[in-house]
Write a protein that binds this ligand. Structure first.
Ligand code: BG6
Length: 497
């Protein structure tokens, strides 16, 4: 695909994301010669920085580029840094757009970038609409002279209502095809591979339904706590931070019907349909029975003291924000009727791992009664991260008399494709937006459908009667009570445990 000449304007450029993810992604694209010939980045934010200072910060002295640039020649790195500029928005995101417009026009002229512009919103979300409006006021959203695109970082809304308002707000100034809502999980190869596994093989899809699948389990675990983001996290929590976006995106890819083709709208239409078929939990009894929340408490991991969530900087000492969430739900459609989904996400787990487990049903008639292994152990495990790959578990005969069965693995690792360079999520997503491909970005109705499912849970956790909040020590797989959610089926699969 062709990447046209363009300018990338990053709002909130002095923030962490720019240095940690965006600039390294652009740098990788530069090294891979994927950036268009005439291309510049203009960082904009409220910090008072010169171009030089900004380049030092995000390139020359950036801890996130250190390893990447160590073996490279000075002038090569400079070639990249020279594409980066900075505009001080003068203490506010509400004014100064005249200056910004002039700067963009100047760069466009100097570097022949044409009128194509991406605006990347990486500011606090309360500013998204203001920025879109100010860009429109300054005439910077018009497409009569090159296209204009808007990439919007997460979180997209705080609830169904706020997400809707944000969509309506942005739509006043940018059309839906101009808007790219980022969810970096969609940039992960293994997440995209869910589509390929399902729809480019003939051996999985015939089994991918209620007739053969017993239940689906999705685990997302992180070993870190809230780190330095206590202030943000305490207003968010696991459900908003991970579940509404990343995990429901994964769910939509597991649940969706085959799209008619690989065009963005064809795929996104099916994802929306999938999200709309999640059974919304309405009454307190259902919510009580199917949702578990918890917080990590002060504990010791490998002899090291770890703070409890409520002791973290920026967190309210009486906080009721969850760092662990486990949700059981059903999908009301032809394919999935009666198949339970178990999805959990948490911080301060024993390890960092994300995986999808498809648990298959036991064969209708058990011939090998004393086999020792239940064929319910037929599982397809899609390892999203780390050790990206796919594992299939099935029974084989133990050599010798009788029919003893043992579990065996068919295991594929992405790393075995040694020659293939795997792009980082942000790299892939940025390149897609630069090329106008929105397949891996969330559409307005998709985000709203996800909130529609999450809203009642959030509301119940906030306002419900006697809602339980469990505690768990750092380095364990969450509260024991979470086992109750799944115990009629067995236990959670704790990867690596
Ligand atoms: C972010 C969340 O969206 O995803 C973080 O805000 C979380 O809290 C991160 O740590 C996890 O991403 P990954 O790619 O490391 O699994």
């Amino acid at each position: 695909k062709k990447t046209e000449n363009q300018i990338l304007v990053i709002f909130g450029a002095s923030g962490d994301l720019t240095a940690r993810k965006l600039i390294p992604a652009l740098f990788n694209l530069y090294v891979a010669r994927q950036l268009p010939k005439n291309f510049v980045v203009l960082g904009a934010s409220r910090s008072d920085l010169t171009d030089e200072e900004f380049r030092n910060r995000v390139v020359y002295e950036s801890p996130y580029l250190k390893e990447k640039i160590e073996d490279l020649k000075e002038n090569y790195i400079q070639g990249f840094a020279d594409k980066i500029f900075y505009e001080d928005l003068g203490g506010t995101y509400d004014t100064a757009y005249d200056g910004l417009r002039k700067r963009v026009e100047g760069l466009k002229k100097d570097f022949q970038t044409s009128g194509n512009i991406i605006y990347y919103l990486s500011t606090p979300p309360t500013l998204y609409e203001t920025i879109a409006q100010r860009l429109a006021d300054a005439g910077m959203n018009t497409q009569n002279n090159g296209w204009k695109r808007l990439i919007v970082e997460k979180p997209f809304g705080y609830s169904l209502d706020t997400a809707r308002k944000l969509n309506q707000g942005l739509h006043q100034f940018f059309t839906e095809p101009q808007i790219y809502r980022i969810d970096h999980y969609l940039g992960k190869e293994t997440v995209q591979n869910l589509l390929v596994t399902r729809f480019s093989n003939s051996i999985f899809e015939p089994l991918w339904n209620r007739n053969y699948i017993h239940h689906v389990e999705i685990t997302n675990a992180e070993s870190v706590g809230v780190e330095k983001r206590g202030g943000y996290y305490d207003k968010s929590g696991a459900l908003r931070d991970m579940f509404q976006n990343h995990l429901l995106q994964i769910v939509s890819l597991v649940v969706m019907e085959p799209p008619i083709g690989d065009q963005p709208e064809e795929i996104r239409n099916e994802k929306v349909k999938a999200l709309k078929s999640l059974r919304i939990m309405k009454d307190e009894k259902t919510l009580w029975d199917n949702t578990i929340r918890a917080q990590y408490v002060a504990s010791e991991v490998n002899g090291k003291k770890v703070k409890g969530y409520r002791e973290e900087e920026g967190v309210d000492p009486n906080s009721t924000t969850e760092t662990y969430a486990a949700i059981k739900f059903f999908v009301d459609n032809w394919r999935w009727e009666g198949v339970p989904f178990y999805v959990r996400t948490a911080k301060r787990m024993p390890t960092k791992v994300t995986e999808v487990v498809i648990h298959f049903k036991t064969p209708h008639h058990q011939i090998f009664k004393d086999s020792g292994v239940n064929s319910k152990d037929n599982k397809l495990i899609i390892r999203i991260q780390p050790d990206e790959g796919i594992l299939m578990k099935f029974g084989v005969k133990v050599p010798g008399q009788g029919f003893k069965v043992e579990r065996a693995n068919l295991d594929f690792y992405y790393s075995s494709l040694a020659e293939t360079y795997v792009m980082e999520a942000y790299e892939r997503l940025l390149l897609d937006a630069m090329q106008g491909d929105a397949t891996l970005y969330a559409r307005a109705d998709e985000v709203e459908a996800a909130w529609e499912f999450v809203d009642p849970i959030l509301d119940y956790w906030k306002n419900g009667k006697d809602v339980r909040m469990y505690g768990y020590s750092a380095g364990v797989w969450g509260p024991e009570n979470a086992d109750e959610l799944i115990d009629d089926l067995g236990t959670w699969r704790n990867p690596g445990a």
